[in-house]
Design a protein around this ligand. Structure first.
Ligand code: GAR
Length: 445
């Protein structure tokens, strides 16, 4: 099971970040993995700590962004790009809007250097917290880790630890003791607790989509040929496209998927072993404007060119036929997602021989209005055989989870181990066109 992906947001020294890095090394933090550090300050020392630990960094400052909205959008773009599931604010000196916190319910935690509800809220951060605590004369202070909502330091408390105030303490001395005795202890612990919860939720999600699970649809079938899945995530936000190839001959198995820009190609793995590149080397994914094309052959280019010239998916495929590999007469399968709106649509097509001899083509197009949590799956063959029996009927319904790793893992592990070659999955924001993807090549594993 994939660990919870964590982003740590910092603004300064990053000692709390260091505590998280150390906890990951020691195994205290084991259900989460720190994928990246985002700093709101370009010269934060915490960035060095991340680099020293080999963790990816990004800098998003309010000044650079120009407004709170652009600042938060910049952060969200980084989080999305890296598939982040848990955001840990560790000495992050910016307040996040309701719009931001609502987008990550129970997925943002913060460490604050006092026993909340004392000495917290807007304007009460860093050293100021300890100045106030000393001015008030408290005998005990401490630190709190809590969930983050729209109220500064107002979310539900996860962990707290008290620290005694000593005679002669000044704010800096007290701050250091609170950090050492409380913050660096409870922040990694809380990160572990929440990472574990998120992993459990993901596992439950995996179990619950049982009925039309992609792994159920592909397992116990040794040969499906090439397959396309198109659909929409359960949260409704993303357009899902997946393409896999399976192969039986050495010529076909000698392949990998290669991404070039936003396009996906099949390429020979070992150039010296190529016997016949026709039919097996092609662009599998291309994009024309806000139309995403996925196919199992060079009809990707035919569709692309037609769309660029103002034509349609159907018109393009009208000029094509099934593959000339008699006696199999492998069908050409194609898909297209019409991005650009929340309730997007998608199409699927299959071109197959209408006759036993392969003298005529039958063209079927399936036109879908997208539905959250639902996708459709088409593949070239029903199963293994000689000749290979062509896919028949309409594309199968498939459950689509929100989690790209969940879907990718299920599909890849479900496919027959000997015959699978490569898998590519892309989750695209239907409105912005931004996407997250996963690529697996058996040859490179
Ligand atoms: C820490 O004491 C942290 O709790 C506090 O700033 C300091 C930063 O330390 N955060 C807040 O006050 C947030 N409201 P660090 O950069 O060394 O982790």
């Amino acid at each position: 099971m994939v660990k919870t992906k964590i982003a740590v947001l910092i603004s300064g020294n990053g000692t709390n970040l260091q505590a998280l890095i150390d906890a990951q090394k020691s195994g205290l933090l084991r259900h989460g993995s720190i994928e990246m550090v985002i700093s709101s300050n370009s010269i934060a020392h915490g960035l060095k700590r991340a680099e020293n630990a080999g963790i990816k960094t990004a800098v998003v400052t309010k000044k650079m962004a120009g407004s709170q909205k652009a600042f938060e959008e910049g952060i969200r773009a980084e989080l999305e790009k890296n598939g982040i599931e848990l955001i840990v604010l560790a000495g992050f000196m910016q307040i996040l809007s309701k719009e931001f916190t609502d987008a990550y319910p129970r997925r943002i935690i913060n460490v604050h250097p006092s026993l909340i509800p004392a000495f917290c809220g807007k304007g009460c951060y860093g050293l100021k917290v300890h100045e106030k605590a000393l001015a008030y004369g408290v005998k005990v202070t401490g630190a709190t880790v809590h969930y983050v909502n729209e109220i500064p330091d107002g979310g539900k408390i996860i962990l707290q630890k008290p620290v005694r105030v000593k005679k002669g303490d000044n704010p800096a001395v007290l701050q250091k003791r609170v950090m050492e005795e409380a913050e660096w202890q409870i922040l990694p612990k809380a990160a572990e607790i929440v990472s574990k919860r998120i992993m459990k939720e993901k596992a439950a999600e995996m179990e619950s989509y049982d009925k039309e699970r992609i792994d159920k649809l592909v397992e116990d079938n040794s040969y499906l040929g090439r397959g396309i899945v198109l659909g929409r995530t359960a949260d409704g936000a993303k357009a899902v496209s997946a393409y896999f190839i399976m192969g039986r001959s050495d010529n076909s198995r000698n392949r990998v998927f290669v991404k070039e820009g936003d396009e996906l190609f099949t390429r020979p793995y070992d150039e010296s072993k190529v016997e016949d590149p026709s039919l097996i080397i092609y662009a599998a994914i291309r994009k024309s404007g806000n139309r995403l094309i996925v196919t199992n052959g060079d009809q990707t280019d035919t569709i692309y060119e037609a769309l660029e010239a103002g034509g349609t998916f159907e018109e393009a495929l009208k000029t094509r036929t099934f593959e000339p590999d008699f006696p199999n007469m492998t069908p050409r399968i194609s898909g297209m997602i019409l991005l650009g709106e929340k309730d997007f649509e998608y199409k699927m097509s299959i071109l197959k021989s209408a006759t036993r001899e392969g003298t005529k083509t039958a063209r079927y197009t399936f036109d879908y209005e997208s539905e959250p949590g639902l996708g459709h799956f088409i593949h070239t063959y029903e199963c293994d055989g000689d000749p290979l029996p062509t896919f028949s009927g309409e594309p199968e319904r498939v459950d689509i989870p929100d989690d790209i790793d969940c879907f990718t893992d299920k599909l890849w592990t479900g496919l027959n181990a000997d015959n699978k070659i490569s898998l590519y999955v892309r989750y695209t924001d239907a409105i912005t066109g931004e996407y997250e993807d996963r690529l697996i090549n058996k040859m490179e594993k």
